[in-house]
Design a protein around this ligand. Structure first.
Ligand code: 3PG
Length: 217
């Protein structure tokens, strides 16, 4: 199985999870993320403009690896593919969504929060999983206890992660990257406040890079 997409998603330690209300904000946001050194972003399917936003990023800024998040129905996989998404993220593991992704050759990051859900995802041959909601499901200590049983799984914890607990996640060997909204707040996207996003996005990536440098030294 081709795992290039997993490496692209994990090329940076942080995956911006963005909510876009107005598709006109999509390309300016992509430009800020690229400028700040990000390689990918997940646009959540929680707004009417989300697919149009993905389409604009995919066609105008193909260098940003754009995916669709909050996939909760199998039919959304085809919609994501039509918009040019490079990957899909789901909050849970659902066999119909998994089958749709496989049929469309669309990389899928299914969500898991328990050993049984990880087993179901592994049985369907998914090894790159979203640990969600990361803090509410037990936090880094819980994932640290769970992960040794599944050495072939790489996780992208998302949900409740902020600058104050980022190190606890990034220091876990099983963590490929961390997703979150704290450095791309929806309010700033809606207001087109690119300076605020730039400040937050640079600070988050700088902090993440330092944490990783410290943990390998
Ligand atoms: C998601 O969609 O993955 C989460 O809602 C992001 O969670 P956060 O806002 O706590 O980062």
């Amino acid at each position: 199985m081709n795992r290039d997409w997993e490496n692209r998603l994990a090329a940076r330690p942080l995956l911006p999870v963005v909510s876009i209300e107005d598709a006109d904000q999509a390309v300016p946001l992509a430009d800020v993320l690229l400028d700040c050194g990000y390689a990918s972003c997940e646009v959540v399917l929680r707004t009417a403009a989300a697919l149009e936003a993905v389409e604009r990023i995919a066609s105008n800024r193909p260098e940003l690896y754009v995916g669709v998040g909050t996939v909760i129905r199998a039919s959304q996989v085809g919609e994501a593919a039509a918009a040019g998404a490079r990957f899909c993220v789901s909050p849970g593991f659902e066999p119909g969504i998994a089958a749709a992704a496989r049929n469309a050759a669309m990389p899928l990051v299914p969500g898991v929060a328990t050993a049984s859900e990880i087993l179901a995802a592994l049985a369907a041959d998914f090894h790159f999983l979203k640990f969600f909601p990361a803090m509410a499901s037990g936090g880094p200590g819980y994932l640290e206890s769970l992960a040794p049983v599944f050495p072939e799984v790489r996780f992208c914890p998302t949900g409740g992660i902020r600058s104050g607990n980022l190190a606890d996640w990034l220091e876990l060997e099983c963590v490929a990257c961390v997703g979150g909204t704290w450095f791309v707040p929806g309010s700033a996207v809606a207001a087109g406040d690119w300076e605020e996003i730039r400040d937050l996005a640079v600070a988050a990536l700088t902090a993440a890079t330092k944490i990783l440098e410290k943990s390998v030294s």
